[in-house]
Design a binder for this molecule. Structure first.
Ligand SMILES: C[S@@+](CC[C@H](N)C(=O)[O-])C[C@H]1O[C@@H](n2cnc3c(N)ncnc32)[C@H](O)[C@@H]1O
Length: 233
């Protein structure tokens, strides 16, 4: 079985240049699950989040770059009242997460897309629609000439703020000190956000957090992660 070009085009935004891998090996079983679930819980590029059957009373929390779904599954398990919007450009990651969410009986409370977070926030999420955003270990792009590829940029931070409700949160993690400081400096300087740890600060690790793949990868190399928590004023 192969996902048709038409099917893939619905869920990915080919015109929009994003850095990072989008394609890779997906098993026939995973493809079958994508074909089953994305038409039901996927956000195609012509839809807004409001079109995606969002229950009126549910807080909506977005995870950007969910990788293989470690944290998304944790959020769904620990917050049964939340509607989760999972955004991940790497198709094999989307496929893994869809399988795990289905197996755990949690998939109907999620909306999933392979579209890039910038597109989703700009075109599909309304102002003030989100109760929270989680970003775990975004790509570090360590070379100085690639820093402009990093997810957290001044304009992106302002876009995030505009999509959050008053009192909504942004939580971030990174095992790369340089990137953690980069994100903190940009978000501390973004109007409308308060750093829960105080300016320049990091919060302690939430005790119930699962170790995501990239947190574990950092730990294996002797790097513990740093955590940021912001509240929208
Ligand atoms: C270093 S991995 C971290 C994965 C996972 N959050 C973890 O902690 O193990 C960064 C993830 O962000 C995804 N990503 C990169 N740019 C993105 C974008 N613009 N929108 C959505 N996801 C993106 C990548 O495909 C990758 O899976």
């Amino acid at each position: 079985m192969r996902l048709s070009r038409e099917f893939r085009n619905q869920f990915s935004q080919r015109e929009l240049r994003t850095h990072g891998r989008k394609n890779g090996f997906v098993t026939a079983g995973q493809e079958a699950r994508l074909l089953k679930w994305l038409p039901l819980i996927g956000l195609t590029r012509d839809m807004t989040l409001a079109d995606a059957g969002v229950p009126v009373a549910s807080p909506i929390v977005m995870e950007i770059g969910f990788g293989n779904g470690d944290f998304l599954v944790h959020l769904a398990e620990t917050h049964p009242d939340w509607l989760l919007l999972g955004v991940e450009i790497y198709l094999p990651g989307v496929a893994k997460a869809v399988g795990r969410l289905e197996d755990a009986g949690l998939i109907e409370r999620t909306r999933i897309t392979q579209l890039p977070a910038q597109y989703v926030l700009q075109h599909q999420v309304a102002e003030g629609q989100l109760d929270g955003v989680c970003i775990n270990h975004p790509d570090p792009w360590p070379k100085a000439r690639h820093h402009k590829r990093r997810l957290i940029q001044k304009d992106f931070a302002a876009l995030l703020v505009s999509r959050l409700k008053a009192g909504g949160f942004i939580k971030l993690a990174s095992d790369k000190p340089d990137l953690a400081e980069w994100m903190r400096d940009i978000l501390d300087a973004t109007p409308g956000l308060t750093n829960v740890a105080g300016p320049g600060g990091f919060v302690p690790r939430d005790a119930d957090r699962p170790e995501t793949k990239f947190e574990q990868r950092g730990l294996k190399k002797g790097r513990s992660s740093q955590f940021l928590h912001y509240i929208r004023d």
